[in-house]
Every structure is written in C-alpha cells, then in structure tokens.
Design a protein around this ligand. Structure first.
Ligand code: CA
Length: 223
C-alpha cells in the first residue's frame, strides 16, 4: 500500500485530501509545519509527498530545495493557491515532479498522484478549449455550450457533468463514476443527484442527447 505524506497547514484541506486518498486505498499522514515535513520525509516511510507551498516554519520551495539538495528522490507534487506561473516554474526547477493549483478537483489530484506512483507523466491540462460532439460545442474557456447557433449558460455542476459526458462520447458512464467525477468523494452514494442533474441537462440540451442505459448508467449519444 502506498504511503502519502500531505504537507498542508490548512486543516480543512488536509482532511479533505486524507479522506479522499484513503477512500482510494492509500495510506496518509499530515505534516502542518515545514520543518516537520523534512523530518518526516527523512524517515523514508513515504512514497510520495504532496507539498503545499505556503507552510509555516519553512516555505515549500525551501523544503524542495533542501530535500533535493540532500539527494532525496521522493516524488513530489506541489499543491498551491498561487497560480502565479513564476512559482510553478520555480517549483519545477527546484525538483518537483508535478504541480496542481488550488482550487482543484480531487479526481485530477488523484490521477496525478497515481501517475507519479507509477512513474509516468500526465500531460498538463490539455490546451484544447473546445470539445465538439455532433452539433454541440462545449467551450471550456467560457464554460458555455453551443447547440447550433444557440448558446447555453450552465451552472458549474451542470457544466462539469456535461464536460464529463463530452469527454466520453458514446461511452456508458455509471452513476458512481459520474458522482465521483462531478461531486467528488464526499457524496451519499444512495442519492439521486445524478439523475436529477441529467434531467436538467436533457431539458437544456435536448432530451435525446443523454440516453439511459438500464442498470448501467448514462451515455452521451453520438450520431
Ligand atoms: Ca498553506
């Protein structure tokens, strides 16, 4: 079982990460202080470090430099609220393997953690800004959907749900997959929220667009 060290001083985020990673079979520990992070890494008990850049005691970039300076090769993923490109470059130059910017989707973080544990690279978020399926165009930049010449604004969750379907056209997605991708791990598996939101999308985008596959889930219909 892989052991993940979470260096994060904000209890709410640390506990969100712990719950999520544990729900996916990983073991976790939290360090809320920069000096403690270094000591814990030095125990050699961890397989990966998720490192918040803004930590008390020692700044994340200093931690990186110190650990890499000691020859520490542990995979490190930077987690930061600073979406300043300079910090990202500095982080990668200091030897981080990857970074993720807050706010983030748990699914994305998990994908990056798993990729690092398998020692592969996930290409940074695609540069595509539109996904086209039939006569529908989903614009990731403006977060709008065009149906023919009609433009539809969707609230955040509906857009994320639509995006999930658009990224898997023609593929059956189960309620569990949709819940996990759109609502994160923190849901009640018995809830009918997916069905309710699929209903919203059908109303706005056309009732034939999303097909119910009995006993399995839903599918975005591709002509
Ligand atoms: Ca912080």
């Amino acid at each position: 079982m892989h052991r993940i060290l979470i260096a994060e001083d904000e209890p709410r985020i640390a506990s969100f990460l712990e719950k999520g990673l544990r729900a996916h079979g990983l073991t976790t520990a939290v360090a809320a202080d920069g000096n403690q992070v270094i000591l814990m890494v030095q125990t050699g008990e961890f397989d990966l470090l998720i490192l918040d850049l803004g930590l008390p005691g020692r700044d994340g970039l200093e931690i990186l430099e110190e650990l890499r300076g000691q020859g520490e090769r542990l995979p490190i993923i930077i987690l930061t609220a600073r979406d300043d490109i300079k910090d990202k470059i500095a982080g990668l130059e200091s030897g981080a393997d990857d970074y993720i910017t807050k706010p983030f989707r748990f699914e994305e973080l998990l994908a990056r953690v798993r990729a690092r544990l398998r020692n592969i690279t996930v290409s940074t978020v695609t540069h595509d800004t539109v996904i086209t399926v039939g006569n529908l165009v989903l614009d990731l930049r403006t977060r709008r959907i065009k149906v023919g010449d009609r433009t539809i604004d969707l609230p955040a969750r509906e857009f994320t749900l639509a995006e999930t379907f658009f990224r898997h056209p023609g593929q059956v997605l189960s309620r569990e997959q949709l819940l996990d991708r759109v609502w994160g791990f923190d849901y009640n598996p018995g809830s009918n929220i997916v069905d309710v939101y699929v209903g919203y999308l059908r109303k706005k985008l056309g009732s034939e667009l999303i097909e119910t596959v009995r006993g399995m889930g839903y599918r975005l219909v591709v002509d």
